[in-house]
Ligand binder design. Structure first.
Ligand code: F6P
Length: 255
């Protein structure tokens, strides 16, 4: 039911750009909620785009999640330039190893024939550990690289799904429910209007750091993420959304 003609997808892309107010949109056929190959198609589209925009000596910061892991699974050498670095965008966000930003950054770099630096910081962090960690020389060095990243690749999740997946304490889940959180990205939880209602304390990229980035590439699909995508793009700093047909159609219906 979800496989549109290319020309229909092009039309959808035009509508989505207007609705979400984003410069660039790529839509791949299918519904990634139902079939894994759709995530890989989003991954391939992302790798193709990366090859177009990559500049010499670029640093690429990546978040965690299954969508980012799919991009890593289809990564290939980024031609033309010979020196680039992959780093995790933030400290590990309590996810399974295969879905953690560190693992994904390392895999992407091996397949792309780049370099990588990792960040070994738990998440969430207590205030005291946070203060101590940000003064550790080895952490400071990697954090500097992350903050100065040229390209950011990130996922978006449904707020409550992510809170559940991260085994978030009951009182915070309650807060997310009461404040009607809809989406999550970079450890921030957003309402339907794009307001931040909760933030996981960890080191690495903060939302305000995105302002200075040359390219922020958002990859998220599946009809179940339509509301989350709409919510994130209410405030988002993103130059490109790579999504799938099912999410795109649902966003159009909601608008
Ligand atoms: O936990 C990292 C993260 O990028 C979140 O910020 C995001 O909500 C989630 O992963 C997306 O995960 P998935 O691609 O598995 O839906």
């Amino acid at each position: 039911q979800y496989i549109a003609e290319i020309s229909e997808l092009n039309q959808l892309e035009i509508h989505l750009k207007e609705i979400l107010r984003v410069e660039n949109v790529i839509i791949v056929p299918g519904n990634s909620d139902e079939e894994d190959w759709v995530k890989q198609e989003m991954g391939k589209a992302c790798v193709r785009y990366l090859k177009k925009i990559i500049m010499p000596n670029a640093t690429i910061a990546v978040t965690g999640g299954t969508t980012m892991a799919s991009i890593a699974s289809v990564m290939s050498p980024l031609d033309k330039v010979d020196n680039y670095l992959f780093v995790p965008a933030r400290g590990g966000i309590g996810e399974k190893v295969e879905n953690q930003a560190n693992t994904i950054a390392a895999e992407m770099s091996l397949k792309a024939q780049g370099n990588y630096r990792l960040l070994y910081v738990p998440d969430p962090l207590s205030e005291t550990s946070y203060q101590n960690l940000i003064n550790e020389p080895s952490i400071i060095e990697v954090l500097q690289l992350i903050k100065n990243a040229d390209i950011v690749l990130h996922g978006i999740g449904d707020a409550l799904t992510m809170a559940e997946r991260r085994k978030t304490p009951e009182n915070i889940k309650q807060k997310l429910l009461e404040e009607k959180a809809v989406s999550e990205a970079f450890g921030y939880y957003f309402t339907q209007k794009g307001e931040v209602v909760h933030k996981v304390r960890t080191v690495g990229l903060q939302l305000e750091d995105l302002d200075s980035k040359e390219y922020v590439i958002t990859v998220a699909g599946g009809s179940s993420k339509a509301k989350a995508i709409e919510s994130y793009f209410k405030q988002a700093k993103s130059h490109m959304l790579i999504t799938d047909e099912a999410a795109a159609i649902q966003i159009l219906r909601d608008s």
